[in-house]
Write a protein of this length. Sequence first.
Length: 231
Amino acid sequence: MTEISRQPKGIPVGGQFAATTHSEPGIVLEPKVTPGQDADGTRWTLDGDEYTDVYLSSENGIEARVTTDIREAGARATVVDFRGRHPLEVAEQTHFESLDEAKAHAKTVRAQALKHEHVYISPGFRSPWGKVQETKTLAVGIDAVYTAGHGGLKLSHTRAAEIDPAWAEPAGWFEEDCAWAKAAITHHQDLPANYVAEAHKIARRWYPEEYEAIVGKDPARYGLKEFTPQG
């Protein structure tokens, strides 16, 4: 009589290499921290020469660059946006005491830039003040626009959406005499300090009620340590 080998109960058929069911492991491995990868999973490629180490990390068209140099302590960081018509330095090169601080700064600046899209206004486009003759990108999503007789700021959709409704301007156009100040104050963190300081002076003079109601309610939101209604 031929004997039939029966599969033990609970074991899948298919031979000794048949797949069996396993429970999920209870341990989750954290990303490995190396010179080329941070604890948060950010990857960096390494370059440089006999004096410097250059760490490069690109995400969606924005490059973070951190450099260390054996001839000086600390590290330098800069961020460049390649998504527009021309490369845009999102943040000026800044020196930090450590490599980790420089990396953290570069990643924070990049994350902020990725929240916004570019304006893409070119000479020949129509504006509220006539045909555009020249443009200059001040920050991601903030362009200065010049025409034959006037000009102002053009904000991208995401930038314009962050303007307080009481200060909003049609389609994100802010003329150069006064209204530009409302856009500059709102996006102060991405613009030069002297430019923003002038914007506060203009807003106090031309929009005193709105300025007090908006900026006075939350000075820190607009980069102020204390609120000054007159000036």
